[in-house]
Structure formats: structure tokens, C-alpha cells
Ligand binder design. Structure first.
Ligand SMILES: Nc1ncnc2c1ncn2[C@@H]1O[C@H](COP(=O)(O)OP(=O)(O)O)[C@@H](O)[C@H]1O
Ligand SMILES: [Mg+2]
Length: 250
């Protein structure tokens, strides 16, 4: 898997004139990487993810997945959003199966694959439950299982833990790292939370706001088998502080 973003611009027209949401964004993500992009609200993070997902078009520039230009949504890119996007009338199992049905996968294979990923996210016992019976963290675990079940080349996550309380958020971060290691997934996650980005990723792109552009790329120097205890180490704080200082000055 190779995701490449070349000289990407996105402009919106409004009554007040043109809004440059993204300006000359260059990024890449390679197989097995966990990459985060951090930026303040309004730095174009959701716009960037929507363009990669093929839900909107760039004004200039190009996005490629394995050297093929992105022109529309596709099963090679799995999405997890901040807002809970489960179908309320479908069971947890059916929610995970839904995308597989759209791909034309047989009923028995759908059941098998959905059960496999519900097990991975620790929700095998909730397969028959409805989304309203789950906590916020559990709903996001279903959304992750649903995205992984279609075997995407890359998982795109837009502030997936932004609506969760701090304890749930921290356990979801730890959980996502475990999933990443267990499944060998490639992940690009967007967040405004610098500590979250440093804790999770191997590389961080720092975006400035209005127009959203890449200010700097940081390589995170922490072991891949890190867990929550790393957040107490000076090395973790040093790297997070460096990124926060940069954000403060842009
Ligand atoms: N569909 C749209 N039409 C007009 N302006 C938009 C649209 N989507 C986003 N924007 C503008 O683009 C900028 C970036 O928005 P967004 O990508 O949502 O940022 P973030 O997710 O980092 O908070 C903002 O100024 C926002 O108002
Ligand atoms: Mg956003």
C-alpha cells in the first residue's frame, strides 16, 4: 500500500469569497504505518480525509492509492468518523455485515467475517445488541470492526475518539494500538489532540490553519509496542511539547 498526496489544494466558495481549506498538501503513508495529522479546528483535517475517501474532489493536485488516482469512494479505503454512524435499527452484527453485503460477499462469508472482527474488537457478546444499547466507546469499536471487515488497504479515521470522555478515550487509544499491531493495518488518523497523535503514531504531520498546509513532519521516537505507561516518560512529553510549541506559533 502506498498513499500519496501531491500538491493538494481545496477551495470552497462562500458569500465572503474563496476559502482556501487546503494549500499545497504533500503527504504519504506506507504499508503498516500508523500516521497522524494534527491541527487546530479549521485546519482542513476533515476536508483532507473526505478527499482521500473520495467523498469530494480536489481543486488542484492529486491523491493516489497504489499509484491509482482516487476519483470516488472505494473499499480500499475504510472510514471511521467522530460521529457515530451505525444504523440504529440494525444489530451490531448486521452493521458490520452491511458493507460486506454492498461488496457482494455471500451471507455465510459475511457472518464469518463480521464475527471475526467483532471478536477482535472484544464485542462478540454484543453481536445481537442494537447500537442504542452500547456506550460511546463500544459504538466506535463497532465502527472500527465495520471498517476493518472489508479489508481496506488503509483505515482513515477522523477524530474517532473526539466525542468520548477522557478515560474511555485513553482506553480506546490503547485498544487501537493493539488492533493495529494484531491486524497489521495501515492507518491515517486525523486529530486535534497532540498527545493522542504522539502516543499512537510513528509519524505526525502538523497542519496550520487557514489555509491548511503541512508545517512540519515529525518522526515519533517511541517503541511500536508502547502502552499507556509511555505517557509518563520524559521522552513522550518532550516530543508532544515540541509539536505543541510549533502549533502555538502558527
Ligand atoms: N462544504 C464546505 N463549504 C464551504 N466551506 C467549507 C466546507 N467544508 C469545510 N469548509 C471550510 O474549510 C475549512 C476547513 O474545514 P474542516 O476541514 O472541517 O476543518 P477541521 O476538520 O480541521 O476542523 C473551514 O474554514 C471550513 O469552514
Ligand atoms: Mg474536522
Amino acid at each position: 500500500m502506498h498513499l500519496e498526496i501531491f500538491h493538494l489544494y481545496k477551495e470552497f466558495s462562500s458569500k465572503k469569497g474563496t476559502i482556501v481549506a487546503l494549500k499545497d498538501i504533500n503527504m504519504h503513508v506506507e504499508t503498516g504505518e500508523f500516521v497522524c495529522a494534527v491541527g487546530a479546528s479549521g485546519s482542513g483535517k476533515s476536508t483532507l480525509l473526505r478527499l482521500i475517501a473520495g467523498l469530494d474532489y480536489p481543486t488542484y493536485g492529486e491523491i493516489t492509492v497504489d499509484y491509482q488516482p482516487v476519483t470516488k469512494p472505494g473499499a480500499d479505503r475504510g472510514m471511521v468518523f467522530q460521529k457515530y454512524t451505525l444504523y440504529p435499527w440494525m444489530s451490531v452484527q448486521k452493521n458490520v455485515e452491511f458493507g460486506l453485503k454492498l461488496l457482494g460477499i455471500s451471507a455465510s462469508k459475511r457472518r464469518e467475517r463480521a464475527s471475526y472482527y467483532l471478536d477482535i474488537v472484544g464485542l462478540a457478546n454484543f453481536a445481537k445488541s442494537l447500537p442504542k444499547e452500547l456506550s460511546g466507546g463500544m459504538k466506535q469499536r463497532v465502527a472500527i470492526a465495520r471498517a476493518l471487515a472489508t479489508n481496506p488497504k488503509i483505515l482513515l479515521m477522523d477524530e474517532p475518539f473526539g466525542a468520548l470522555d477522557i478515560q474511555t478515550k485513553e482506553s480506546m487509544q490503547q485498544f487501537l494500538l493493539e488492533i493495529w499491531r494484531k491486524t497489521g493495518s495501515t492507518i491515517l488518523m486525523i486529530t486535534h489532540d497532540v498527545r493522542e497523535a504522539v502516543f499512537l503514531s510513528q509519524r505526525v504531520y502538523v497542519l496550520s490553519a487557514r489555509p491548511g498546509t503541512v508545517k512540519q513532519e515529525f518522526k515519533i521516537n517511541l517503541p511500536n509496542d508502547r502502552d499507556y505507561r509511555i505517557k509518563r516518560q520524559p521522552n513522550f512529553h518532550h516530543q508532544a511539547d515540541e509539536i505543541m510549541d510549533l502549533l502555538r506559533n502558527i
